[in-house]
Write a protein that binds this ligand. Structure first.
Ligand code: C2E
Ligand code: MG
Ligand code: MG
Ligand code: MG
Length: 281
């Protein structure tokens, strides 16, 4: 009865959710329980060496196996998680899970690292370093095998405390990627301060490469050159087609991620895609 009047559906991009008339309050309550009840899961998407096709890393991407609504993509619940602060336990769970997974796949393919997305909220937390150490050490994963992906908007808040935390992570050997590069409203000056190790070219630019969009081509080329000048690695995101693959390769990007190389998949599927170490030689 309490929620009888004016029950408005929480609007998201997911048809299942939109039609379910789940209220925002219900969704928040369910999300709060989702971590404890084991409803979250992680898929892994390969990041490859463009020249050889070898898998170099895998990005951990969270999903919510909702009991009634099916599998929800991050866009359906992460905005709500960020608003409510639930993003902190969610990201922490993904981080632990991903570090354990990576430690397991490195027994098979020792060179393959893992990338984990971190929401802006973590950068403001004094316990960030302890959280990351707990995850890597707990899993027996060397810190250099972990890349944390941060967005420009998270980094732009860059207070001294945030910069200090980022430097501490780098000192531990953790790699730092700037995700969706080129889509935030940030100035380029922060590149001079942030101790990043790589840039991920947003897939909106890569998507337009196949159409031989001159401006998209120039944008990716510019990002690639900028990265080289700052001694940063580049990952082209969202490579779907052969034409896009040819374009990012011609531009000189070293790494790629996208459906052309592999969709996000459960850990067992990633494991079969990884070349096993031949123990007989
Ligand atoms: P992102 O970090 O930029 O991750 C890449 C997104 O692009 C993923 O979407 C991936 O499935 C999608 N993608 C990869 N290749 C292709 C392609 O070739 N074509 C197309 N159309 N899409 C492709 P997903 O899994 O829906 O995740 C969306 C965003 O949600 C991520 O973008 C990231 O910002 C956020 N996210 C995902 N997992 C986590 C997490 O554990 N914590 C936090 N804080 N954010 C997360
Ligand atoms: Mg990412
Ligand atoms: Mg991205
Ligand atoms: Mg993106």
């Amino acid at each position: 009865a309490a929620k009888a009047a004016g029950k408005s559906a929480y609007r998201t991009c997911t048809p299942a959710l939109r039609e379910s008339a789940v209220t925002r309050a219900e969704l928040i309550a369910e999300l709060r329980r989702a971590v404890d009840e084991g409803q979250l899961c992680v898929e892994y998407q390969p990041i490859v060496d463009l020249a050889t096709g070898t898998v170099r890393s895998a990005e951990a991407l969270v999903r919510w196996r909702h009991p009634r609504l099916g599998v929800l993509p991050p866009a359906a619940f992460l905005p709500l998680a960020e608003e409510t602060g639930l993003i902190v336990p969610i990201d922490r769970w993904v981080l632990h899970e991903a570090c354990r997974a990576a430690a397991a796949w490195r027994e098979r393919a020792p060179q393959v690292t893992v990338a984990v997305n971190l929401a802006a909220a973590h950068l403001r937390r004094p316990d960030l370093i302890a959280t990351v150490i707990a995850a890597t050490a707990g899993a027996g994963l060397p810190p250099r095998a972990l890349t944390l992906e941060l967005t420009e908007s998270a980094l732009i808040e860059g207070s001294d405390a945030v910069l200090d935390r980022l430097r501490q992570l780098r000192e531990l050997g953790i790699r730092l990627a700037i995700d969706d590069f080129g889509t935030g409203y940030s100035s380029l000056s922060y590149l001079h301060h942030i101790p990043a190790t790589e840039l991920k070219v947003d897939r909106s630019f890569v998507a337009r490469l196949g159409a031989e969009d001159v401006r998209a081509y120039a944008t990716v080329e510019m990002v690639n050159r900028l990265a080289a000048a700052f001694d940063l690695a580049v990952v082209a995101e969202g490579v779907e087609t052969d034409a896009q693959h040819a374009a990012v390769t011609a531009i000189g990007c070293v790494h790629g991620q996208g459906w052309r190389y592999g969709r996000p998949a459960a850990l067992p599927e990633l494991l079969t895609a990884l070349t096993p170490v031949d123990a007989t030689r």
